[in-house]
Design a protein around this ligand. Sequence first.
Ligand SMILES: O=C(CO)[C@H](O)[C@H](O)COP(=O)(O)O
Length: 262
Amino acid sequence: MSARPNPIDMAKYVSARRALDYVQDGMRIGLGTGSTAAWMVRCLGEMIREDGLRVTGVPTSSRTAELARQCEVPLATLEDVKWLDLTIDGADEFDTDLSLIKGGGGALLQEKIVATASDMMVVITDASKHVDNLGAFPLPVEVIPFGWQTTKALIEESLIGMDVASRSVTLRLNHDAPYRTDEGNLILDLHLRRIGNPRQLALVLNQIPGVVENGLFLDICDVVIVGAADGTVEVRDINHGTVTHERIDIGDDDNIFTVVEG
Ligand SMILES: O=C(CO)[C@H](O)[C@H](O)COP(=O)(O)O
């Protein structure tokens, strides 16, 4: 057990901490999935326990739900609350327009539903996720198991006319078995290397029968917070057209690292 985070955890941690500045008492908050979002859930739990913050969280995966319960974050379903004030989530890639690729952790469907149902989406990340063109990270596409090989063939066919640099499609595995999402679906990873027209691709993919959702998040994200290992963050706000640089005061928060690394 170490009392200090490694550099990458520090970057994730400070971006998560900064994102919580958007949280206000009484808010309904979408809780993202992944290692960066996990830091946000832990910090949110701390604010609830220590500062008496009252919020309701809607988790985007069973993993996040489990962590949120451990951190004593009160939970509700999207069916309960219907609309959210804020979603805080990670991303696999973001570009200058704050378009995203998400779903590396397999939760893209619930993440997209929750983010779309939110007044504001804040993405927490580190500089390694920034790209000029989306597509270096394989694009996850959630498909239903029924006829998935036909769906895969249709996706491959649709890619022929697309402005992409590579066209291979693979079934995501988990220990040699097909990976299953929380909804019991499969994930196809599209290895495209560069996506010339993300909007066109997103539309085409979602018209293929068997495709449930794709991992392109376009016009959904409002703010990206890029954490760095030196404890600074860059805050990119697409609505205000601002980019600010700040230092996050982590104070004597060492114990949060001690608690979660055990
Ligand atoms: O989309 C996601 C899960 O489906 C995650 O937000 C994304 O994979 C980033 O994860 P991490 O913060 O662990 O790098």
